[in-house]
Design a protein around this ligand. Structure first.
Ligand SMILES: Nc1ncnc2c1ncn2[C@@H]1O[C@H](COP(=O)(O)OP(=O)(O)OP(=O)(O)O)[C@@H](O)[C@H]1O
Length: 255
């Protein structure tokens, strides 16, 4: 079943003072099926963050539409948008976005507190999530008392706790060393294997190789896509690197 559908999405930024226009998204079209793990790659300035911001309802499109579960996001009323974002989407950012003055437990539970979830329900949801992510022993610590890799697991726990329809991850391994990145990507793959849909923007070929499909964006449009299929991680990584080479050489596709 199609979970996310992006139709002819267009975004033009107009500079505040000069009125100069930048076309960040020309016409983006793709869809994500329930249970997929999709990566988006592309050169700097190709429109990846813009795309993620519009899917996240943090920014408005200039044209086109994003449908989540068949519902057009542009029709969500302003007063309902925060609750929609909190209850339906899970976010993982490069720089973790944890609150330093909150314990790890309180960081993870924050979306549920904002949704006024009963305490017993919060506790019931917390236990399996922190156990699966291997951060059970740290929940009473503060973010500055744990490693970068553990912080990102906390961020993943916070994203999962609302049981979102989709997890949107923007460069989740960007601030991690290679060992922590690998651990995180194995975790995300495990989460995806339980049925969780994930859409991730990344510059890392290795990180992208954990997903099942990679979309390549160029000049504000989807230029190419490849599926992992039955490839090993190494073979898929080679194919991703090859596609990126073609993308940056501005040459013709070889598949
Ligand atoms: N608020 C803004 N106002 C004007 N132009 C913008 C704004 N945000 C982004 N742009 C422009 O839109 C284009 C796409 O930017 P975007 O940040 O989406 O790219 P990206 O693929 O995420 O890049 P990176 O990989 O460097 O993060 C770029 O030309 C950028 O300069």
């Amino acid at each position: 079943m199609t979970l996310l559908e992006i139709k002819n999405l267009k975004k033009v930024y107009t500079a505040r003072f000069s009125n100069q226009q930048t076309e960040a998204l020309a016409a983006v079209n793709f869809s994500v099926e329930e249970g997929e793990f999709v990566s988006i790659m592309g050169e700097s300035g190709s429109g990846k963050t813009t795309l993620l911001n519009i899917i996240s309802t943090l920014d408005d499109a200039t044209g086109g539409e994003v449908f989540l579960d068949g519902q057009p996001l542009s029709r969500i009323k302003d007063r309902e948008v925060s609750a929609f974002r909190r209850n339906t989407l899970g976010f993982v950012f490069q720089d973790f976005n944890l609150l330093d003055n909150f314990t790890i437990k309180d960081n993870i539970l924050l979306p549920l507190v904002l949704s006024k979830t009963p305490v017993a329900e919060m506790e019931a949801r917390l236990t399996p999530v922190v156990r699966n992510l291997g951060i059970e022993a740290h929940i009473n610590k503060f973010p500055y008392e744990v490693s970068g890799g553990q912080k990102q697991r906390v961020a993943v726990a916070r994203a999962l706790i609302t049981q979102p329809k989709i997890i949107l991850a923007d460069e989740p391994t960007g601030a991690l060393d290679s060992k922590a990145s690998q651990n995180l990507m194995e975790t995300l793959r495990g989460i995806n294997e339980t049925g969780q849909t994930i859409l991730m923007v990344t510059h890392s070929t290795r990180a992208a190789s954990y997903s099942k499909r990679v979309l390549f964006i160029r000049d504000g449009a989807v230029y190419h896509e490849i599926y992992r299929g039955h490839d090993s991680a190494d073979v898929f990584m080679d194919r991703i690197a090859q596609s990126l080479k073609v993308l940056s050489s501005r040459g013709e596709r070889d598949e």
